[in-house]
Design a protein around this ligand. Sequence first.
Ligand SMILES: [Zn+2]
Length: 243
Amino acid sequence: MLAAGGALTAQASVFDRSPATSEASELPESDGADDPLAEREQDTERGDRGDRSGSESGRDREDSGEARGAAPDESPSPEPEPEPEPEPEPTESESEPEPEPEPSETTEEQPDWVHPMPDGRTTSCFGQRWGTLHAGVDLAYPNGGPIHAAGAGTVTHAGWVFGGYGISVVIDHQDGHFTHYAHASETRVSVGDTVEPGEVIALEGSTGDSTGPHLHFEVHQGMWNQVEPTQWMSNRGVNIDGC
Ligand SMILES: [Zn+2]
């Protein structure tokens, strides 16, 4: 099969160059048995070629195949036909293009993590304050501003459930991390809700131990193991200025 295809290709390339004189020397010896057929084939092909512009190799092979099949009818011959060569196999499998990647379902790229209150002004950072750990970052904004889920997850707490935190929301991000949003004036989600990044989960306020409207934002690496939240968010591509 391969040898036949190769020979065919070789013949086609000889034909492309066309001088009949070179044929004898350039054709492989093993094709000797095919020579009479090849001669006829060459004639047929030359005849065809007048109508056809392309010298593309795929086309040439196709032409040879047709010519080979047509040859016996066009010039009946008493000679025993040489064993017909198999039709050249189409080489689609080699040249078949890779399947195109599926286009993304969403045309707008949604970030996985977002700022919980993009217009808030940082007024206090994570760290020791007055002898105790301030376990989050404070973001001040006029009362009632929207508080956004920093990332996708499930609401595990919503309401006045943690004393001094006032009205707050906790989101479980399903990777061992939780985010906690405190001192809200009201919640917009309930326990068990699934939230998307940026979804409004509460409105900012000053409930609990708070002296003025702000969002107290915490990140827990395991519930109640608070870590510095601005670096944590920065690692996820979100910049919270001021710490
Ligand atoms: Zn705070």
